[in-house]
Design a protein around this ligand. Structure first.
Ligand SMILES: NC(=O)c1ccc[n+]([C@@H]2O[C@H](COP(=O)([O-])OP(=O)(O)OC[C@H]3O[C@@H](n4cnc5c(N)ncnc54)[C@H](OP(=O)(O)O)[C@@H]3O)[C@@H](O)[C@H]2O)c1
Length: 394
């Protein structure tokens, strides 16, 4: 029998985390959960810890971590909290693969610590690459851990590139569902509710990424992610709106051949690929039935109706700390929209206002990215307050 692969699952209580543990539970002889980590969902992490018996369980929220410690007493599970707890979970003895699936900028440090320690990373937390891709993808560090993308688009490109040299890439064709407002006119988008924006047509995901899909910022972040992962300029990444979400992305090579990866829209497929790479795991998911689907359609993205796309390309071209600023301002604006403090179309306005005030600097280390993140959050919060007070006046 092969030894089991030791896993750290950061963001275990989220959409990706729960799907990851679902895959793991189907393959108990293949994987061993060494650590689990989340923010504050005490009940779910307790349940997961009792089932998977990790050596360490972490809640970022220190008060909740203390409660978790009490609840897990007598089970021989170490409990920790805060950012140090997350970094410990990512690099704990026996961890061979980190599933990096917390949402937002908080994922950066634990992910960097893991790759530096030689731990492979199944990367769902795209914010890490957006903020500091140059620090994480380092061809000059052969002993660092490998990055295996979990995002379905990048996972598709990763699969299509298997056995091919990156220098043969002509274009990456990054598919996008277009989200719930794909065909809505701008005027109608001004008044969308949180519930409408959370109603994604194809994917069931966490709240933040679902709003990012509705603004199409998600695709913008993914362009930056692809640029770092596959080391191509953003101009070589073409967004293709494909409402059915069956083709998860494509690679066009210099000879004109285009390789695509297809599948039903279920994150357990890219997750299991990333967990088992370079092997493939069987599963009981339904097969792709092309006779039922019949039509696959493709459209160019609309940069006018979805200004977040334009902002993401702009941030990528500016480089340095600008993508970290884009990301932080977006996190603040999305949260404010979810809290019903601002309107849907205020999201790009707040990001743009924040980016306009920033002079990008080169990212020499994670601290520079984190400082830019903090600055952008303050700036975006001020813009949110201004927006909210205007709303009250009107
Ligand atoms: N969902 C998808 O299908 C999908 C697809 C591609 C990429 N991604 C990416 O994967 C990441 C996770 O997405 P998701 O949809 O799974 O999000 P989600 O459902 O909102 O879950 C977020 C997870 O992160 C944890 N978390 C949040 N803040 C944290 C903190 N400060 N410290 C520790 N843990 C923290 C949450 O813990 P609590 O539950 O305790 O709050 C939860 O476990 C995002 O970067 C997203 O862009 C997701």
């Amino acid at each position: 029998m092969h030894p089991r692969k030791g896993l750290a699952v950061l963001g275990s209580t989220g959409s990706i985390g729960v799907n990851t543990l679902d895959v793991v539970a189907s393959h108990p002889d293949t994987f061993e959960v060494i650590t689990l980590a989340a923010h504050s969902n005490l009940d779910l992490i307790e349940q997961q810890a009792r089932h998977f018996r990790p050596r360490l369980a972490v809640l970022y929220d220190e008060e909740k971590a203390t409660l978790l410690q009490r609840r897990l007493q007598g089970l021989d599970i170490d409990v920790d909290g805060g950012i140090e707890g997350l970094c410990r979970a990512a690099t704990y003895t026996g961890v061979e693969l980190l599933m990096s699936a917390v949402v937002g900028a908080i994922g950066l440090l634990p992910t960097i610590r893991a790759v530096e320690a030689g731990v492979d990373v199944a990367l769902a937390n795209k914010e890490t690459l957006v903020m500091a891709g140059d620090l994480v993808i380092r061809a000059d560090k052969p002993n660092w851990g490998r990055i295996i993308p979990v995002d379905s688009e990048h996972n598709a490109i990763f699969q299509a590139l298997h056995g091919h040299h990156r220098s043969a890439i002509r274009r990456l064709l990054l598919t996008a569902s277009g989200g719930p407002f794909r065909v809505w006119p701008t005027e109608a988008m001004q008044h969308v509710s949180v519930a409408e924006a959370l109603n994604h047509p194809n994917w069931k995901m966490g709240r933040k990424i679902t709003i990012d899909s509705a603004t199409m910022m998600n695709k913008g972040l993914e362009v930056i992610e692809a640029h770092h992962l596959f080391q191509v300029p953003v101009e070589q990444v073409q967004i293709v709106v494909h409402p059915q979400s069956i083709i998860h992305s494509m690679v066009e090579f210099h000879d004109g051949s285009v390789l695509a990866q297809l599948g039903i829209p279920d994150m357990r497929i890219p997750i299991s690929y990333a967990l088992a790479y370079p092997e493939r795991l069987p599963n009981a998911l339904p097969s792709l039935n092309l006779f039922d689907i019949q039509t696959l359609s493709f459209y160019p993205p609309d940069f006018q109706r979805f200004p977040c796309l334009h902002l993401a390309f702009e941030a990528a071209r500016a480089g340095g700390t600008m993508p970290a600023v884009l990301n932080a301002a977006n996190e603040v604006a999305v949260q404010a929209f979810l809290d019903e403090t601002i309107a849907f179309l205020d999201i790009p306005a707040i990001i743009e206002a924040t980016m306009t005030q920033h002079a990008p600097e080169p990212i020499m280390d994670a601290d520079v990215a984190l400082q830019a993140d903090r600055w952008a959050r303050e700036c975006a919060m001020a813009a949110v307050k201004e927006c909210a007070s205007l709303r009250t006046v009107l």
